[in-house]
Structure formats: structure tokens, C-alpha cells
Design a binder for this molecule. Structure first.
Ligand code: SF4
Ligand code: SF4
Length: 218
């Protein structure tokens, strides 16, 4: 007799209490769903859809039980977990091998924001004028030569100022959210960013959510 019906039943049970199991209240869940819905619209929407799709594809490839879930259920789980388990520092440390060293973050990113302290520190270290290396638009500092970054070596894919690189590059693909949580940026081009969320989803479905600290959805 096939195990499929029992397995499917198990998944349905998981679906009903998955968020309760990791300590998310009904109110926080409703709020997370509302925020997740907001991520799919506007100018950010296309970028977010591509990220969720990449997570979805990788999830189906790496975790066969996900095939038992409908597309609607999968999108719900992926986008809600992305919000309620937003702080990704812990899981990123455990998944360093997920970086494929593809070089996309150094060569294709069109805007690299940095801290002012980094602009001061790096220009001093390189003995170059700050304004020659960095631009300030009245709000944010950015690296002037990007896409590819002027310090990226296309021959070996390495950063030429690696030990002095900006903090933005040190924490990539993390970015700061408004709530100051360290959240992975929704970049479908970055396999590291994709696999962080894939693993969060798997651990949640497997009931191994110890490393996922449900965060305030406010
Ligand atoms: S884009 Fe992502 S996977 Fe590629 S090198 Fe950068 S961190 Fe690694
Ligand atoms: S400074 Fe280095 S790590 Fe940062 S984007 Fe440029 S090449 Fe990459």
C-alpha cells in the first residue's frame, strides 16, 4: 500500500499548525500575510516575484515533499517565512557554502551603497580622494565605479581591496530593513540569498525551526 495518502495527510497537518509551531500568533500571521502581499506589487513586485520563484524552484529540486504542496500554498509559506523569520545572520553563517562565487554581486550590481565611514577609511587607505572613489547624493554614499565594481578583478573573480572592502560587501546578501533586522535581500541572481530562504522553509516544514526566531512583523 502506498505511503502517499499518509504523507499527504501529514503535510496538511503541517500546513495547519506550521506557523503556530514556531510561535507565530494569528495576529502576527495575518500581518505577515498582509506585508507579504505588499511585496508582490509596485516596482519592487517584479524583483520579489523572481526571488520567490527562484526559491520555489530550488525548493522543489532539493526537498521532494514540497511537491505535495500547491503553488498557492508554497508561495504563502515562502513569502510568510521570509517575513516572520527575517533575521538571517545565524542561518547565513551555517550556509556559507551556498555562495557559488559567481561574482554577480561584484560585477552586475548597479548601485552599491556604503557607510560614510567606509568611504573615509578606504580613500585614506588607498591614498585617493574620497570624491574620486565615492559619490554622495545628499542621502547615501555609493561606489562610483560599478557594474562591474572597479575593484573587481574579472580574471580571477576576486576583490582587489578584499581586506578593506566596505561593510556592505562584508555582509552581502544581507541588507538592513527598517526595523534594523538583518534581512537577506530578495535577489534571485544570488544563489546564496535563494538558498537561505529555501533552508528556512525546509527547517520550518521539518519542524526544526530552532534557529528561526520569529521576529516582530511590525
Ligand atoms: S551573487 Fe551571491 S552567490 Fe554570487 S558571489 Fe555574490 S554572494 Fe556568492
Ligand atoms: S569592493 Fe570588492 S567586494 Fe565590494 S563590490 Fe567591489 S569587488 Fe566586490
Amino acid at each position: 500500500m502506498s505511503q502517499q495518502p499518509f504523507f499527504y495527510f501529514g503535510i496538511i497537518l503541517l500546513m495547519t499548525d506550521i506557523f503556530k509551531r514556531i510561535g507565530v500568533s494569528d495576529a502576527d500571521l495575518a500581518k505577515a500575510r498582509e506585508l507579504a502581499a505588499g511585496h508582490f506589487v509596485g516596482s519592487f513586485g517584479e524583483k520579489y516575484k523572481k526571488y520567490v520563484t527562484a526559491v520555489w524552484v530550488a525548493l522543489l529540486e532539493t526537498y521532494p515533499p514540497a511537491k505535495e504542496l500547491s503553488p498557492t500554498e508554497l508561495v504563502d509559506i515562502i513569502s510568510v517565512i521570509d517575513i516572520i523569520a527575517a533575521d538571517s545572520r545565524g542561518i547565513m553563517k551555517r550556509l556559507k557554502e551556498a555562495c557559488t562565487c559567481c561574482g554577480w554581486c561584484c560585477s552586475q550590481t548597479k548601485r552599491i551603497e556604503i557607510d560614510e565611514e567606509d568611504a573615509v577609511r578606504i580613500s585614506r587607505k588607498l591614498k585617493q580622494r574620497r570624491d574620486d572613489l565615492f559619490a554622495f547624493d545628499g542621502k547615501e554614499w555609493t561606489i562610483k565605479r560599478v557594474n562591474p565594481c572597479g575593484w573587481w578583478n574579472p580574471r580571477n573573480g576576486r576583490c582587489q581591496i578584499y581586506s578593506d572592502r566596505p561593510s556592505t560587501c562584508r555582509v552581502w546578501p544581507l541588507g538592513l530593513t527598517e526595523g534594523e533586522q538583518k534581512k537577506v535581500q530578495p535577489m534571485h541572481q544570488c544563489q546564496y540569498a535563494v538558498m537561505v530562504l529555501v533552508n528556512k522553509v525546509i527547517w520550518t516544514l521539518e519542524g526544526d525551526a530552532k534557529s528561526l526566531k520569529p521576529s516582530n512583523t511590525a
